[in-house]
Design a protein around this ligand. Structure first.
Ligand code: FES
Length: 231
């Protein structure tokens, strides 16, 4: 784990509520892991847990949705500002074998860009209920990207074509994906989007029931085999 004060490279508004924050530096991480970010001193008390959107040898990028004071402060950062990062935290997607589908819904698309980079033979499906965002990044990286706004992206996926499916999105979408995948031979792993206050196992706000009992999504997850999750 790393604690680092680093410099903001850019901060772009993608929609009214989503922005893309790029930070300079050499960071570590695996697809599905997250960092804790803060750009303030005392208040709010807790740093914000944000999944790795992209990682290169010189920068780390996050997609962030405005939903409170911490993300509002992060949204105001500009090039040259300082931000503190802790991480990487959590357990990400397992290393795949065979054909992999990466399935994201809404802000759940965030961890899949780095996943698509690390898992180059995967196919990417992105679903949005409103205005799409960041799709060009996936298309630039990966030729095989399907996206849609409205309806369900799940209808666009031939689930029988894949050995593994790695997904992140709203819980009802994940539950429906599990129901559909149960009729196939594909293994489904889901990254759980729980509200995380602390991100490091202190607040109990992200507790989730899985087959082995109650676990904190931020420390045991956020990625779980779907068959273990009590949606
Ligand atoms: Fe606080 Fe997981 S977010 S325990």
């Amino acid at each position: 784990m790393l604690t680092l004060m680093a410099t903001v490279l850019s901060n772009e508004r993608l929609t009214a509520s989503v922005f893309r924050l790029a930070i300079e530096g050499s960071f570590h991480g695996e697809p599905g892991q997250f960092y804790m970010l803060r750009s303030w001193d005392k208040s709010p008390l807790l740093s914000r847990p944000i999944s790795i959107h992209d990682l290169t040898s010189t920068a780390i990028t996050f997609l962030i949705r405005l939903h409170g004071e911490g993300t509002r402060l992060l949204s105001r950062l500009t090039s040259g500002d300082q931000v503190t990062l802790y991480g990487p935290y959590g357990n990400g997607f397992p290393k795949p074998g065979g054909n992999v589908a990466l399935v994201g819904g809404g802000m759940g698309i965030a961890p899949l860009l780095f996943s698509a980079k690390r898992f180059p033979f995967s196919k990417v499906f992105l679903g949005f209920s409103g205005e799409p965002f960041a799709v060009a990044s996936y298309q630039a990286l990966h030729g095989d990207v399907v996206f849609q706004s409205g309806g369900t992206i799940l209808d666009a996926i031939d689930l029988n074509s894949f050995d593994k499916i790695y997904a992140c999105g709203p819980l009802p979408m994940m539950a429906e994906l599990r129901r559909r995948t149960a009729e196939t031979a594909a293994q489904l792993y889901v990254s759980i989007e729980k509200r995380m206050a602390c991100g490091i196992g202190i607040c109990n706000g992200c507790t989730i029931n899985v087959g082995t009992g109650n676990h904190k999504a931020c420390t045991v997850g956020p990625v779980f085999p779907a068959e273990e999750v009590d949606f």
